[in-house]
Structure formats: structure tokens, C-alpha cells
Design a protein around this ligand. Structure first.
Ligand code: TXA
Ligand code: MG
Length: 336
């Protein structure tokens, strides 16, 4: 059985549709909905039983906390202590793809925070998401609406493929615009610490706040979720920086029957060997922003096309959205 899918105009969502979805959330059900980054799998973030359904539907490890989503910054005060620095970040970047980790007030169920004394909060900019959050009237816990470990969903069909009937309703607002998840920033200490690169760049945060963003090095400083292999397609993914392995994999297959896919910002380098990437399995984006927007969709499309191996271009630097791209590519290519 598959779950119910309702179309929603992303810019001008129909009130009846939003109210139907909001009612499901208020009654403890699961609603997948579009945000500007990726689709989220939402549940009432103050209801432990509703939050538990998220973990069951995704097959998500219980020690990986969820982000709470809000329709307005003021509502955050009920669940977290908001410092002047955090307030300023909200003023500068909300609504938008920046998640803040703040000290918890202890009002959020431990299912959501995974027992941490902090809570992650975000106000998305997607109009349909904002309408849903306002209608629900509660903080909405929402991880990406994929099965745990799979590429994040950037359209409704990816949600349906992964979660099937485990979700009560999928709101289909078309493809998402950013394509990678929000940036997660730890604001609990003296310094801003980047826990996960994402749709809001480090440069932008530093320029607009005048403060330095520390890059989390040690495991202790990383988001629990970033410990796992993640975003991985069912087909092995290799980075072009590992050209030798790609060429070897192609040779080992012998007859050239092997279907190697390519995704990046230019055609595969000739050093990868002539004709290695199957012409029908090449997706080339014209900018880092479009690479980020289309990466997860490309990985899922290659699976469906029956690729045997995916080769992906390693972005040329850490600048802007490329930091998030590098992070997702690294973790999608990790061995189990
Ligand atoms: O763009 C996004 O952020 C999407 C959309 C749906 O809003 N959501 C999303 O959620 O990516 P999820 O669950 O896939 O990733 C949340 C990340 C995980 O790495 C998790 O460990 C981290 O945020 N996180 C959540 N609460 C945290 C906390 N209290 N401290 C540190 N990291 C936390
Ligand atoms: Mg996720």
C-alpha cells in the first residue's frame, strides 16, 4: 500500500489542504512536507509517541536527535534558552536553511533530543512548510523524509519510494530549491561551531555576523547524525579524486557492459578513461548551486536507470555551497 499524496502549490498553498495536514500532526500522525532544503517527515515534537513514529518509519537510530521546526522565532523560547547571539542569528537568517543548536529548557521529550541537554531549532522559508507549521500550532519535529542512510528526498516521489505507507500524508510541493539540508550551527558556547555544513554558507554567516565560525573537528563536536554513513545510493559511489578505482572497476567488468554513471560540473576527465561513463548516465550541472540542488535526485535516478557504479566530481574547493556538497559526497561514498 502507498500513502496518500496531496498536491500543494508551494507559493500559494490551499488552506483546506494545509488544514488537513495540520490536523494529522495535531492528532499525533506523520506528514511529509516540502521545505526549501529537502522534504521533512513531520510529527508533533512535544508528543513522545508521535516522535517515536518518525524513528520507526525511517529506521533511524534512537541516539540521533531531531530538529524542531517553527513558524515564528518567538515560539522557540518555550523550548530553548535563546541567547542574544542566537536571537541575532534568527533575525539575520530566518526563515531559511540555518538550524541552531541551543540549550534546552527540558520541555522537549527526550525522544526528540536523544537525551541531550540541547535542542536543534529551525524556521524554514518554504511557504507551504510555514503554513503547515502555523496550522499545527506545535513545534514540528522533522528529519529528512528518507529511510535512514539513503539520499535525502528532494521531491515527493522519493519520499513515497522510501517511506511507503508508513506516513499518513505526503504533501507534494514539487522539487525543493536548495537540495541539501540546512546548516547546523552550535550556538551553546562562546563560539559558533559548525556541526553540519548545509544550505547557508559559512562565509555568509561570518560576513553577516562578523563572528568566526569554528569548524568542528573532533567527534565530540559533531552532530550525532554526522557520525553515520549517510546519503548513500544502493549503487556504489566513487569520487573522481579516486580515478584509479573507477578505471579499475570498469576494467574488471571486462566487456564494457558495466554501466558507470557520472555526476558533476563538467564532463568526466579523460584520465578516467575514454567512454567510461555511459553517455546516457551523465548529469552535468552548470554551477555548484545546481549540483547541490540536483545531487540527491541524480543518485536516485541513476539507481533507477540500473547504473552499476556512480562516479561523482569532487568540488574544487570548500567555498559556499561546495562545503556541503563535499560533506554529502564524502558520506555517500563511505563504506558501511
Ligand atoms: O534541512 C534540514 O535540516 C531538514 C529539513 C527537513 O528541515 N532536516 C534534516 O533533519 O536534515 P535530519 O534529522 O535529517 O538532520 C538533523 C541533523 C542531524 O545530523 C542531527 O544529529 C542534528 O541535526 N541534530 C539534531 N539535534 C541536535 C542537537 N541537539 N545537537 C547536535 N546536533 C543535533
Ligand atoms: Mg537526514
Amino acid at each position: 500500500m502507498s500513502s496518500r499524496i496531496l498536491r500543494v502549490d508551494p507559493w500559494n498553498p490551499a488552506p483546506e489542504t494545509i488544514e488537513e495536514a495540520a490536523a494529522i500532526l495535531r492528532f499525533g500522525g506523520l506528514v511529509a512536507f516540502p521545505t526549501e532544503t529537502v522534504y521533512g517527515l513531520g510529527a508533533d515534537g512535544l508528543d513522545p509517541r508521535a516522535a517515536a513514529k518518525i524513528f520507526a518509519a525511517k529506521g533511524r537510530p534512537a541516539d540521533n536527535p531531531l530538529i524542531l521546526h517553527f513558524a515564528a522565532p518567538e515560539a522557540v523560547d518555550d523550548v530553548a534558552r535563546v541567547s542574544p547571539n542566537a536571537r541575532r542569528l534568527m533575525e539575520l537568517f530566518w526563515p531559511g536553511p540555518l538550524t541552531l543548536v541551543l540549550p534546552s529548557r527540558g520541555t522537549v521529550p527526550s525522544e526528540v533530543t536523544a537525551g541531550l541537554d540541547t535542542v536543534a531549532v529551525r524556521m524554514p522559508s518554504h511557504p507551504a512548510a510555514l503554513a503547515l507549521l502555523a496550522g499545527a500550532g506545535v513545534p514540528v519535529a522533522a528529519p529528512s523524509a528518507n529511510s535512514s542512510g539513503r539520499p535525502s528526498p528532494t521531491d515527493a516521489s522519493a519520499v513515497a519510494d522510501d517511506l511507503g505507507d508508513a506516513v499518513d500524508l505526503i504533501l507534494d510541493g514539487g522539487p525543493t530549491s536548495v537540495g541539501v539540508e540546512s546548516t547546523v550551527l552550535d550556538v551553546t558556547g562562546e563560539h559558533l561551531v559548525l556541526l553540519r555544513p548545509g544550505g547557508c554558507s559559512v562565509e555568509e554567516i561570518e560576513t553577516r555576523t562578523g563572528a568566526e565560525v569554528l569548524l568542528s573537528g573532533g567527534a565530540a563536536h559533531r552532530s550525532p547524525g554526522t557520525r553515520y554513513r549517510h546519503y548513500a545510493p544502493r549503487v556504489p559511489l566513487l569520487l573522481d579524486s579516486d580515478a584509479g578505482r573507477i578505471v579499475r572497476a570498469a576494467r574488471e567488468s571486462g566487456t564494457g557492459e558495466r554501466r558507470i554513471a557520472w555526476v558533476g560540473m563538467h564532463a568526466p576527465e579523460t584520465s578516467l578513461g575514454e567512454g567510461i561513463a555511459h553517455p546516457e548516465l551523465r548529469i552535468v550541472f552548470d554551477s555548484p548551486e545546481n549540483y547541490a540542488r540536483g545531487l540527491f535526485h541524480a543518485l536516485r535516478a541513476f539507481e533507477e536507470e540500473g547504473a552499476d557504479l556512480i562516479a561523482a566530481q569532487w568540488p574544487s574547493s570548500d567555498a559556499g555551497i561546495m562545503r556541503a556538497l563535499r560533506d554529502r559526497l564524502t558520506r555517500a561514498s563511505m563504506k558501511e
